[in-house]
Design a protein around this ligand. Structure first.
Ligand SMILES: [Zn+2]
Length: 298
């Protein structure tokens, strides 16, 4: 339908704008009745501002899974994009596509609550997470999340969290005041990605236990108490680490869906997928659900 409308628009322009030649481009300004015509597959942002609330109210059958989609760094420089770096435009496009397709953005808190007896969940839940805690999330993603009233989670490295943004090489990390401002805004939850970013396999069990508990308590102290969730640095975990971190009080551990998948019934663990700049977010979700279904048949 949308494609048909844009075809009509271009068709009429071919007659009303004789000078229109060469490369086909969207007109800069649409006037009169044409202002409501949707160009290509893009739904105007204003039409999706309240869509998350609408999608969240669709609570028919209980969802079988909740895709967890992960982002890292954002930039306005397209030449810097790739697996771990996206642009605000692509990020917004991903969110709009999910909203248009009925997805309801929730938090891990809500997913856990919804699993309890009497709990409700939207039919198509999805969780958005950011790893590492770069300042670009505050500058470039947070305004977009605000625009659509979409909740998200940021998993931080506490050694890189200071009173002012901390620089390490080319990376600039969110400060405690920035993290607090976002949490106080009501849409962002801060959780742990490690005291440092070393792979846990380079730590002894004692170091892992100490670092995990130290960093979780620091987040609680700086930003207030919360449920403890953990995203492994570089996604590396072991059977032993799952047990250690679970026993200290972690309510959810996250591992990559493409890595070796742990026994999901043993400890609270969720799988997650990275959203590449060049990927179609709906294809990422399809891949996620395929892995979940294969895993059920194991
Ligand atoms: Zn990381």
């Amino acid at each position: 339908m949308k494609k048909y409308l844009s075809f009509l628009l271009l068709f009429s322009m071919a007659f009303t704008v004789p000078a229109f030649a060469g490369e086909v481009q969207e007109p800069d300004v649409l006037q009169g009745s044409e202002a409501n015509v949707i160009i290509g597959d893009e739904t105007p942002s204003e039409m999706l501002i309240n869509q998350n609330e609408i999608n969240r109210k669709k609570v028919g059958k209980k969802p079988e899974s909740c895709p967890v989609l992960t982002y890292h760094h954002l930039t306005t420089d397209v030449s810097q994009t790739g697996s771990w770096t996206t642009t605000p435009e692509k990020f917004e496009k991903d969110l709009k596509k999910l909203l248009e397709n009925g997805y309801a953005f929730i938090t891990t808190d809500e997913w856990i609550e919804g699993q309890k007896s009497g709990g409700t969940l939207p039919e198509k839940p999805v969780i958005i997470q950011f790893d590492d805690g770069y300042t670009s999330v505050y500058e470039l993603a947070y305004p977009i999340l605000h625009k659509y009233n979409i909740p998200a989670e940021i998993y931080i490295i506490t050694d890189a969290s200071k009173e002012t943004p901390y620089r390490h090489g080319n990376d600039l990390f969110l400060s405690w005041p920035q993290l607090k401002v976002m949490e106080d805004g009501g849409l962002i939850d801060i959780h742990l990605h490690g005291k440092s970013h070393v792979k846990i396999t380079s730590l002894t069990s004692e170091q892992l236990a100490h670092d995990y508990e130290f960093a979780q308590k620091l987040i609680d102290e700086k930003l207030g108490p919360r449920m403890w969730y953990y995203v492994y640095p570089s996604g590396v975990y072991t059977e032993e680490s799952l047990e250690i971190i679970n026993d200290i009080g972690c309510a959810m551990q996250f591992v990559w869906a493409w890595e070796q998948i742990p026994d999901l019934d043993k400890y609270p663990v969720m799988l997650r997928m990275n959203v590449d700049y060049n990927s179609d977010v709906l294809e990422v979700i399809k891949g996620y659900n395929d892995i979940i279904n294969e895993n059920k048949d194991r």
